[in-house]
Design a binder for this molecule. Structure first.
Ligand SMILES: [Zn+2]
Ligand SMILES: [Zn+2]
Length: 144
């Protein structure tokens, strides 16, 4: 596959997929990325989106948030941070206030000691996912 035109086209798709994941803080799945790009790139396939996002994940350019409602969700923000998953609307939020981070840092230091002295595990970092209701869904529930 050394046709220059094909390579350019290939990297154009790659760039567009990465830019789309990085353009939003909604932690999209591959389907959303595909839906956003298909009008601009008519020969794009969902399989190509999946393949490229997986490559970005391996390269560390994109992080996986895990499977939510049966679909793997991705994050263009790759520094460690906490997430909040709403059980009502399925949205994924970055949830990392300074207060929360400070509390977690304290807890994590204790856990590191415990994990190592009790079991021999060495903790590098934490990834926290909170589950519950986002402000909108919580409000809708109380007013319903
Ligand atoms: Zn919600
Ligand atoms: Zn995030």
């Amino acid at each position: 596959m050394s046709i220059p035109g094909a390579d350019r086209k290939h990297s154009k798709k790659r760039d567009a997929i990465l830019a789309k994941v990085q353009s939003t803080d909604s932690h999209p799945g591959a389907q959303w990325v595909y839906d956003q790009l298909k009008s601009d790139i008519p020969d794009l396939s969902l399989a190509t989106v999946y393949r490229n996002i997986n490559l970005f994940r391996q390269e560390g350019a994109v992080a996986s948030v895990g499977v939510i409602d049966g679909e793997e969700r991705f994050d263009g923000r790759v520094d460690p941070h906490s997430h909040f998953v709403c059980g009502g609307c399925g949205r994924v939020f970055d949830y990392d206030t300074p207060e929360l981070s400070a509390e977690f840092s304290k807890v994590l230091e204790n856990l590191k000691d415990l994990a190592y002295t009790q079991e021999g595990f060495v903790i590098d970092y934490r990834k926290t996912v909170f589950n519950g209701l986002c402000p909108e869904c919580a409000k809708a529930k109380t007013t319903a």
